[in-house]
Design a protein around this ligand. Sequence first.
Ligand code: HEC
Ligand code: HEC
Ligand code: HEC
Ligand code: HEC
Length: 497
Amino acid sequence: MSIVSGVIIVNIVRKSLVAASAVLSLALISQNALAEFKYTPIEQEVKAPNPELKIESANHKFADKYPKQFKTWADTSKSTALDSVNEEDPRTVVLWAGYAFAKDYKKPRGHFYAVTDVRNILRTGAPGVTGDAQPMACWTCKGPDVARLIAEWGEEGYFSGKWSKGGAEVVNSIGCADCHDTTSQDFAEGKPALRVARPHVLRAFNKLDKEFDTMDRTDQRAGVCANCHVEYYFAGDLKQVTFPWEKGVTADAIEAHYDEIGFTDWTHKLSKAQMLKAQHPDYETWSLGIHGKNGVTCIDCHMPKVKGADGKVFTDHKIGNPFDAFESTCANCHDQSKEKLQDIVKTRKKEIKDVMLRLEDQLVHAHFEAKAAWDAGATKEEMEPALVDIRHAQWRWDYSAAGHGGHMHAPDVVLHVLGTGLDKAADARTKLARILAKHGVTEAVKIPDISTAEAAWKAVGIDIEAERKAKDEFLRTVVPQWDKEAKEKGLLPKDEK
Ligand code: HEC
Ligand code: HEC
Ligand code: HEC
Ligand code: HEC
């Protein structure tokens, strides 16, 4: 452990080896053969506790002073629909086999539900009942208590340990102190005082040669959404949230960075490919799209300025679908009717979905074909190039699919990434067909029934009933304890259920 300008650096692993092995892994990849990914964490700061940084994370404390912002913020609770992606599209169960996303992955809903939903999702398991499956990092985009805890405990104190450590602490959903310096004089005077308080986000802007505090107001507006609506990974033994923006924010640039450091999220259960899971690169794709390039930010569409009952203009904090507030969003800049623009967006969504599903089908086949090749006796050396293609093809699919508004934010970018993904998947399947033939398999590889999520869970060996039962018990016994503790600490209002 060493101290450099007041910052404790501990998350460096074998510093001297980093450069050497990065060069080595790069050489292997450029040959596109025998590219096995051996993860070598990058050198990274670990911020010490910062008692100077005061963060008021309890959302309810702002209700009286900022009634309009508070009420519209609370209205995100009106977006209740919680659709299961696994059930809507069971191919995803196969694509994520061996990884928790195969159990449970849902579309996003209102910010109000972030804490509830991370507790409820099967991916976080049932600590206190069956086991504490995930790291602390899984709380990181759920609310302002995270910024508070990092300030109080430092990054090492926050990120170390399992998910349940934060159960009675991260209880306020995405709120005021995630985006504002709520203790500043400006904020007290009703000004925005936008702030990013998560050190890993400030560090990520530096990778793009930006500094949050000196950005212009337009950049800062989009910057607060980049707290969470981005691609990230959990770096090093500490599982520190890190944005992979060293080479840029495109799918190609991020993939190249992950390959260079040898990062892998998990090994696929069927194909044994070393996979990457994309999170939700909304900020990245937006910045590459036509609106991003023209300085039209998330705020112009998702948080428009509106007139209150008192006739005064304020920022509508009900973040949701901008078409619901068409007159104060799109119509500020476009002359077309709502129907016309909505139709354009709908058509693009449909066209992108069509290509996306084709890529998913190719990937499902590739995973089962790779499994068949292993079963037929293929060697690691034979398989490696095809598995790298699978890794890259699925990364491209996920980068396009996981940013839920991609069809609106940057349809051209998303289509291009999907197109290159189809190309990689075709490469993988051509290689696999040769390997299979060499080992005597010339018939098409059969895909089991994956027509429903139930069938797909069975096909990849997930006991969904056991998972659900454990979760129910956890929600009944552990979570009420967490809320009770949080109320005693004043993090939640006393009367809240
Ligand atoms: C996801 C980010 C985000 C969250 C959460 C958020 N705000 Fe804001 N807030 C903004 C943005 C962006 C603006 C507008 C900034 C600008 O105009 O440049 C804003 C503006 C404001 C302003 C300035 C006046 C106005 O209406 O433009 C106040 C006051 C405010 N917010 C209060 C709150 C309170 C209180 C909460 C919690 C209940 C909250 N905000 C939650 C992002 C957020
Ligand atoms: C602290 C993290 C965080 C910040 C900051 C944040 N978001 Fe989110 N956002 C989330 C999470 C998590 C969800 C999913 C919540 C759920 O489904 O439980 C979400 C959901 C959404 C949704 C879907 C809402 C719905 O009703 O379906 C939109 C749109 C969105 N965010 C836009 C934004 C914009 C625009 C900003 C910046 C002004 C922003 N978010 C800032 C974490 C964040
Ligand atoms: C030009 C307007 C515009 C800008 C700029 C914009 N969005 Fe969106 N966004 C939309 C629209 C419209 C939708 C809904 C598309 C639809 O109806 O299919 C959407 C959808 C989303 C969704 C998916 C919501 C869901 O429930 O699936 C998220 C998340 C999101 N946007 C976040 C962001 C973030 C973060 C930024 C900035 C980095 C941003 N948006 C910039 C217009 C915009
Ligand atoms: C703050 C201004 C602003 C807002 C708000 C805005 N746009 Fe745009 N939009 C632009 C600009 C600027 C362009 C680029 C125009 C050009 O290059 O000719 C653009 C281009 C477009 C295009 C054509 C480019 C393409 O993608 O092929 C569509 C479609 C579009 N916007 C839809 C929307 C929708 C839908 C909304 C609301 C959800 C919206 N815009 C909100 C400024 C805005």
